[in-house]
Design a protein around this ligand. Sequence first.
Ligand SMILES: Cc1cc2nc3c(=O)[nH]c(=O)nc-3n(C[C@H](O)[C@H](O)[C@H](O)COP(=O)(O)OP(=O)(O)OC[C@H]3O[C@@H](n4cnc5c(N)ncnc54)[C@H](O)[C@@H]3O)c2cc1C
Length: 496
Amino acid sequence: MKPIENPDVILIGSGIMSSNLGAMLKRLDPTLTIQLFEVTDGLAQESSDGWNNAGTGHAGICELSYTPKREADGSVNVSKVIEIFEQFEHSKQFWSYAVGSGMVERPSEFINPLKHISFVHGQEQVDFLKARYEGMAAHPFFSSMEYTTDRDKIARWAPLLLEGRGDGPIAATKMDGGTDVNFGAISRKLLKWLSKQEGCAVASGHRVVGLTKKAGRWEVLVRDLTTNEERTHSAKFVFVGAGGGSLGLLQKSGIPEAKGLGGFPIGGQWLICDNPDIVAKHEAKVYGQALDAAPTMAVPHLDTRMLDGKKTLLFGPFAAWTTKFLHKKGSYTDLPFSIRPDNLTTLINIGISNLELVRYLIQQGLQSMADRMKVLHVFYPAAEAKDWRLIDAGIRVQAIKKTDGQAGIVHYGTEVITDAERSISALLGASPGASVSVNIILEVIKKCFPHLLSTAEGHARMKEMIPTYDEDIKLPANAARFQEVSQKANALLGLG
Ligand SMILES: Cc1cc2nc3c(=O)[nH]c(=O)nc-3n(C[C@H](O)[C@H](O)[C@H](O)COP(=O)(O)OP(=O)(O)OC[C@H]3O[C@@H](n4cnc5c(N)ncnc54)[C@H](O)[C@@H]3O)c2cc1C
């Protein structure tokens, strides 16, 4: 397909971020012209691909890292999980709109209902989980959550957790309203729709190699990987949704906001279960406590996934040391080549302040199968190595910012970098990126395309796509509105 000549918008990368943005912008303003470039042959093959990420529709239900500790009075602060839940509701609303309006079909190919379970052992953690449950169940978002220390009940929720387990206190919470999401599949569906719209095109096998601003427009240098030819395309607005490739492109753009930024890659690996009898027994996402120095986003979980139309069972991701920024099209020189005079001090600070993390990542990568099975046994004590095999997961490039000074902070979560003229926006970072991607894109639109929302027509279009985008459904007083909108979205998505 021929690229669109000098489009209004160029999207770099075909993951969940660019696909949400492209689809939402085109729906907001059907006259916009949009061109997307993707370096791999297929679409959404990196972090958004189902095999590369954990596919948890992060709604704050089971991830203990969003409620890390108890307050002095013994309660658990649940404000973060309420915020994440609301953001995931926005994702469900937009994707259900895409189904309802005929943009995409067959939602079960990208989203499925699945129980979300938190599971802990040891008295201290049991007490923590109870306090967390009490804080959460009091809010309308989590009112259907159940808590138990009853071993038989936990065995009914997730039998593998109890197989071969010795004595000692255990507890679990369960909510049936969780989801498994294949972010790659929804990305590909949205982009299929976008590529059929007037004035829009999607080009895979094209690597963006340069970004320069001239006379108020971005000149984007693109290499066609089939012919090796390079061509310049110009656009008013560029979105850098290149995942691990975003940092290098931001550095090329030369915008002041990119000065001092660095990236800290964390690789991932899974154990995948090859025994169909075991796969059949488990039907849940089970999250537990972080182990040792594990970064919060690398807390392993026992995870039912629907991948390529088949139910699978994964355990992980295990974190691993890597210097690559992209899983498919990355290179081991990515990290060294990202070091510039303006981010060198920040990176050194990170190295010094996070020696324990670096040591943990290296040690994780050197683990034997027996070591990994020990971690799996925390969740599934009767697991046997013969039923499991190690496979690679995606890479997360965590953002590092100069503005943190000497702090040496690795930013888990997502960072959006936008220039002062609002002509370029880039996304750095990872989890809970994909689940809350619609909310992230909403913020990009509010900041860079405010004129599209300020008219009565634009506002009405956005309300159709995300009915509660300008409402606060977190407020317990708005519980009825939340129920109404959520039930409609769930019905369209086939979530029951
Ligand atoms: C192991 C793991 C588990 C995760 N688990 C979860 C989870 O359970 N829930 C959740 O919400 N999030 C999770 N995440 C995070 C989530 O996957 C990411 O936040 C999300 O997929 C990022 O989407 P993206 O579109 O920004 O990037 P990507 O999906 O990585 O897309 C970027 C695209 O840009 C392309 N690209 C790069 N450079 C160039 C270039 N120069 N020119 C053209 N194209 C380029 C890449 O090939 C790629 O296709 C996980 C991530 C990992 C790695």
